[in-house]
Write a protein that binds this ligand. Structure first.
Ligand code: NAP
Length: 480
């Protein structure tokens, strides 16, 4: 075992919850099984339930173990759960925090304490205050905040201010699991470590950029949550914004957390602000409608019949920087789409004086379901001197290395333990992103125009096709 691994105490609030059971504990197991956790690192699950450690471990056995995807053996599992203890802590009960502080401080070595708030954001303020009251906000403590961090700019500012009363910015780790995806991180070396990409990554060569997160699933049983959230808040303000930052940012001065985050902030700050008229013109909201066996959004459980919540959004955005002036960035996300995918597409401009008459090149960076980078190119047709045919040069990230590829949450948990902030959002970035989406939310709140419809399992509404057609562009699935 490497002596470089940092010892840690990880306190997980919401330890009995869905996220902890489905992601956090299985991902910690995977890091453990790969030998990437310090042997003495300890996990302290806390929540309201009156369990003792044995009862909690019984729940972990039934609810969490089934979600381990890699490297599960009984021996490793036994050594993993030996790290886990449980303590009942109600966020609103200060006395429980005395117990918590005792449990954490009982360790001989508590130089690296991570407190993961995997609970609803309304608990962040009381949790932080109670933690501070027992000294669990000292410099050796890091606090991890799960999304959603607010539902608009004001609520996001409120949460950030509440937490900032007790924790310094460099102690705060705001999770966006997209930042834990290898294929998103790969964009920086791809762009800045390869001479040929960086040269053409700008308005002189790129005609348009598309960013898509499409889900095949509908809202399932989450109608109550989804109807007050919608696609813009659920996906655009956070995940799509991160993808946009990585594709559009300038090269950071270094790979330090603040240099990277400074450049991301510049991208979000350079997004052209939208007036209400811009929203009418450049933003499409839609809901999936019944198709075949599949229900429409308005027929889903716990969705009001008159709901206007969008299950799909497409936005034509522009970034006002010398690199990107005039290049449309089309951002879209939807539920009940034709396929599951997360991808970034760079459509290049036509080449001047092209004696072969080939169509423009296209680069597709796929984050899911496959992790690939594919460049559409043209080559000579066999047997002809003049004819060409299109082909794809594909880099399959899964095959680049035999090394195990960690899930996003595992990677992020290890980054927190190591005190590395680069893959977490800084307050200013997050609030700028909210600032940019606010005119859309404000316009929709009063707009007399109902959302468009799109058939369940299709690629979205006709209006989104028209949004691109206006500029002479097509969504990826309609391109050759
Ligand atoms: P959940 O299943 O509803 O679990 C909530 C947890 O909070 C439970 O462990 C519950 O403990 C605990 N809790 C509730 N009231 C408490 C109190 N007063 N004091 C202490 N603990 C309390 O929620 P979740 O799905 O795990 O989500 C947790 C957070 O992560 C939410 O903010 C959610 O938006 C976010 N998130 C979840 C997912 C996901 O896939 N689930 C994905 C992204 C983000 P008891 O059971 O003991 O009452």
């Amino acid at each position: 075992m490497s002596s470089k691994l940092n010892n840690f105490d990880m306190v997980i609030f919401g330890a009995t919850g869905d996220l902890a059971m489905r992601k956090l504990l299985p991902c910690l197991y995977q890091a453990h099984a790969a030998g990437l956790l310090h042997p003495e690192g300890r996990i302290l699950g806390v929540s309201r339930s009156q369990f003792d450690t044995a009862q909690f471990l019984a729940k972990v056995e039934t609810d969490s173990k089934i979600h381990v995807k890699q490297n599960l053996t009984e021996e490793l599992w036994a050594s993993f759960i030996a790290r886990i203890q449980y303590l009942t802590v109600d966020v609103n009960t200060p006395a429980n925090f005395e117990e918590l502080a005792k449990a954490v401080k009982a360790r001989t070595q508590t130089d690296n304490v991570v407190i993961y708030l995997s609970t609803a954001p309304k608990f962040f303020a009381p949790a932080c205050e109670n933690l501070a009251n027992v000294g669990l906000n000292a410099d050796n403590v890091r606090i991890v905040l799960e999304k959603p961090l607010g539902t608009d700019l004001a609520s996001s500012q409120q949460i950030n201010s509440d937490v900032a009363k007790f924790f310094k910015e460099e102690q705060i780790y705001r999770i966006d699991h997209y930042l834990g995806k290898e294929s998103l991180q790969n964009l920086l070396p791809l762009r800045f470590g390869n001479v040929f990409f960086e040269q053409v990554w700008n308005k002189d060569f790129v005609k348009s950029v598309q960013i898509t997160i499409a889900e095949k699933l509908g809202i399932e049983e989450r109608g109550e949550f989804y109807d007050i959230t919608g696609a813009l808040r659920d996906m655009v303000q956070n995940h799509i914004m991160q993808m946009l930052c990585f594709v559009a940012m300038e090269q950071p001065k270094s790979l330090s957390a603040d240099d990277v985050r400074d450049e991301k902030l510049k991208v979000v700050s350079s997004l052209k602000p939208m007036t209400s008229a811009d929203v009418d013109k450049n933003v499409i909201r839609a809901q999936y409608t019944e198709s075949g066996e599949q229900k429409g959004y308005l027929q889903e459980h716990n969705v009001p019949a008159e709901s206007r919540t969008e299950t799909y959004v497409a936005i034509r955005a522009e970034i006002d920087t010398p690199r990107w002036q005039g290049v449309p960035f089309y951002l879209r996300t939807g539920k009940r789409m034709a396929a599951r995918s997360a991808e970034i597409v760079l459509n290049f401009k036509e080449q001047a004086n092209n004696i072969f008459g080939t169509a423009p090149n296209r680069l597709v960076i796929s984050l899911q379901p496959e992790e690939t980078v594919s460049l559409k190119m043209y080559v000579k047709q066999v047997g002809s001197n003049t004819a060409t045919e299109a082909t794809e040069m594909v880099l399959d990230m899964g095959k680049v290395s035999d090394d195990r590829r960690a899930e996003a949450y595992e990677l992020l948990l290890r980054e927190v333990i190591d005190g590395k902030l680069a893959l977490f959002n800084r307050r200013d970035e997050l609030e700028k992103a909210w600032e940019w989406v606010m005119p859309i939310l404000e316009n929709w709140a009063v707009s007399p125009v109902a959302p468009h419809g799109y058939a369940a399992s299709s690629w979205g509404p006709e209006a989104a096709r028209e949004l691109l057609a206006r500029d002479g562009n097509l969504w990826l699935e309609e391109q050759n």
